[in-house]
Design a binder for this molecule. Structure first.
Ligand code: ADP
Ligand code: ZN
Length: 222
């Protein structure tokens, strides 16, 4: 049966980067609730209109909205075949419980929960310097790529922007939200025996190596 993964960690822990790696090397289908919600906001769907105010404030979107979109997506055949990688979900205990129920209802295997550990001061620096491409969704950092709002994406030529929730006040709110609402999931998954802690403070390559060690290096045919 296909293996399923949950990526847990504070905002800025590198979930997006490690998600790309797991999709590439282990073949799981990526579900990012952040990406789904941003797409809904951009398309001004009913969900997007409801979600935008919460997202801009750095608050969580209400559980029932997020649980609904994930549950719908989990039912797709590609997930049964390739496994799922959940990134940015679950973020609250009710979400975790709803996910358990949905996954066992669909007959999906118990997930490996990868917990990326990064100290708050490192997160702050990463988040305030983060920039995104409107064209291809690439993620950059002003320290690393030396590019900023107004520049063009080196990959696709798209416009570089800063997410409104990456501004300092929203970041502080997101970190506080993480500690109060999401950190309790660490205990929840530890009790189930599913938690795999990974040190996320290093470079993306270093973290990828730690991940391979924990997940078992992928074979060539996967
Ligand atoms: P990050 O992990 O960098 O904070 P995401 O891209 O995962 O960002 O999410 C951006 C925003 O979307 C969150 O701050 C929140 O408002 C909303 N969001 C994403 N996933 C969830 C979720 N599972 N539950 C509630 N809100 C969510
Ligand atoms: Zn781009």
């Amino acid at each position: 049966m296909a293996r399923n993964y949950i990526l847990l960690g504070p905002p800025g822990a590198g979930k997006g980067t490690q998600a790309e790696k797991i999709v590439r090397d282990y073949g799981a289908i990526h579900i990012s609730t952040g990406d789904m919600l941003r797409a809904a906001v951009a398309a001004q769907t009913e969900l997007g209109v409801k979600a935008k105010q919460f997202m801009d404030a750095g608050e969580l979107v209400p559980d029932e909205l997020v649980i609904g979109i994930v549950r719908e997506r989990l039912d797709d055949q590609d997930i049964r075949e390739h496994g799922v990688l959940l990134d940015g979900f679950p973020r609250t205990l009710p979400q975790a419980e709803a996910l358990d129920a949905a996954m066992s209802g669909l007959g999906l295997s118990e997930p490996l929960v990868i917990n990326l550990l990064v100290a708050d001061e490192v997160l702050l620096r990463r988040l305030t310097g983060r920039r995104m491409c409107r064209g291809c969704g690439a993620i950059y950092h002003i320290d690393r790529e030396k590019l900023d709002v107004g520049d063009k994406c080196p990959a696709c030529g798209g416009e570089i922007y800063q997410r409104s929730d990456d501004e300092l006040t929203a970041i502080s709110e997101r970190l506080a939200t993480y500690h109060s609402q999401t950190a309790p999931l660490i205990e929840y998954y530890t009790a189930k025996g599913w938690l795999k802690p990974i040190d996320g403070a290093g470079t993306p390559d270093e973290v990828e190596a730690l991940l391979d060690a924990v997940l078992g290096k992928p074979g060539k045919c996967g």
